[in-house]
Structures are given as C-alpha cells and as structure tokens.
Design a protein around this ligand. Sequence first.
Ligand SMILES: [Zn+2]
Length: 312
Amino acid sequence: MSVLSKPYFHDEAAAFAFVEGIIWNGSPVCPHCGCMGRIGAIKPNPEKKVRMGLKKCGDCRKQFTVRIGTIFEDSHLPLTKWLQAIYLMCSSKKGVSAHQLHRTLEITYKTAWFLEHRIREAMRSGALAPFGGAGGAVEVDETFYGREPGKKVGRGAAHKIKVLTLLDRETGVARSHVVDDLKASTIEPILREAIAKEARLMTDEAHHYRVIGGEFAQHGTTSHAAGEYVNAADPTIHSNTVEGYFGIFKRGMRGVYQKASKKHLHRYLAEFDFRYSNRAAKGVDDEARAIKALEGIVGKRLTYRGPDKRLA
Ligand SMILES: [Zn+2]
C-alpha cells in the first residue's frame, strides 16, 4: 500500500464520495434551488449515459452533481485524475509542470495546462484576517521575476515584473501580489488593507516603506545596502523569513515552471503562497494540504482562452 493506492485516486465512485464529503459534509445542497432536503441519488449507468455522482432534487426536480459550481464543472476529466493532479501539486514543494502532469496522468498537455491553472485558482485564498493582528511581526519585501511586457532589458530591475510579498511571522502565512511599480502610492494601499495597525512591520530601508511604516506599532528596518540583514540592536528585526519564501518561489519558477507571463504570474504566486502557508513545518501533511485545496474549489470557475503561447 502507498498513498497513491488510495481508492479515490482510481475508483470514480470513491472519488465522488471523497469530494462530496469535503464539499457537502454529509448534507448535499441543490445548486439550482438551494434546498438541502429530499435529495436522492441516481444510480450511475454508463449504458444509458447516467453520470456518476448524479443527484436529483425533490423540490425543483432538477439534477446535479458535486462538480457544479466548482473548478471541475466545465471538465470532462474523471474526478480520479483531478484528485491525482491536486495531490501532486500539493505534495511537491516547488510544484509540478504541465509537461510532467501531461506525462504522469496521460492527459494532453493542453488539458494539463488548464487543470493546473484551475487548481491554482482553488489554492487562491480569499479574504484573510489582518496580518500581525496580535502585535506580531509582519515582513514585507519585494522581488523581481521575468520580463515586464514592453520594457527594454536594462541593467537594474526596471524591466522585470515586480512581486510584493507580505509574510506574517507568527502564523507563517504568506500573501503575494504582482505590482506594476514600487511607488509608495502603489504599495501603501496593499499594506494598509492587509496589515493590522498593531503589527510590527519589518522591511528594508527602501523609500516606499518610509511613510506607511509610521502607521504601524513599530517599523523595524535593516539596511541591505549596508550588508545588514538582521538589525544589530534588535535581532527580531529582519526580513529573513520572506527572503526564504522568495528562495522557494524562485527555485520553483526556475526549475519547474521556467516561464510565466505577467498575465498569469499571480496564479503561480497563489500556488506558492498556498503551499508555503500550509507547509509541513506547520504540521500540515500532504493529504491535509490536498484537502485544503479541495475546500477551495467552490465558486472558482474560470474560463481561459487557451494555453499561454510562451508556456507551450
Ligand atoms: Zn433543487
């Protein structure tokens, strides 16, 4: 026996039971009329094209499956393959490429690409509690990735895509944003919305943090330009945790995904944020992480025009 021999990875009925357990928790809800009682199961019958997991609502008489209203709705792929894909993406620290998924799951590259972006959408967290709400440290830093569309390659980072990451050191939750520039007017609203006033803000000495820093309980800075990564007077003032996060993100993007355009980068960041925020060091094992991703499949339907040419 191994993790990969679990029935829900191979048996479609078991896969439906598993997903229904997570989404409905024992009481199915009709997506057409919202009723929760008098819902009957229809026995699957492939010869008569009766689908697996089909239910019928006794109130509105309409039929549905647990796929409706989730990232699975527009897909014909068996749930077993979806669950395999989610498990692989949740259990690999740096992610899984669409090419790898295409080979491992024996699906087309195009399907693998669609699958990955939908799973990233499931991983995207909605509104989070304000970071640093209990007076803890929140590290904020920026990194650069790939190419900003329409910018000439120059010496600095002006031609690169800018990523701003906020990391709550107490809860270990990371939240990343793709930003157009590093002006204070761009960064301030993001910090103001996500970070509690009680927080201790930790940044480097960049200009764009100077003014907003005063809005929090403390603003601790280190001078990266002077080679200082931990404040000499107070060693709790540093941004090493968010630097560590950037390391995982960059190794994953370089080694696994290779290239992402600005249009799609926020989804890759959602994936890295998700895995980091639910990592093994916080006691979240691979299966628990996959279940957490499954809890995010509702209300995240997306339609795409097709694979990014640059990724193909
Ligand atoms: Zn109904």
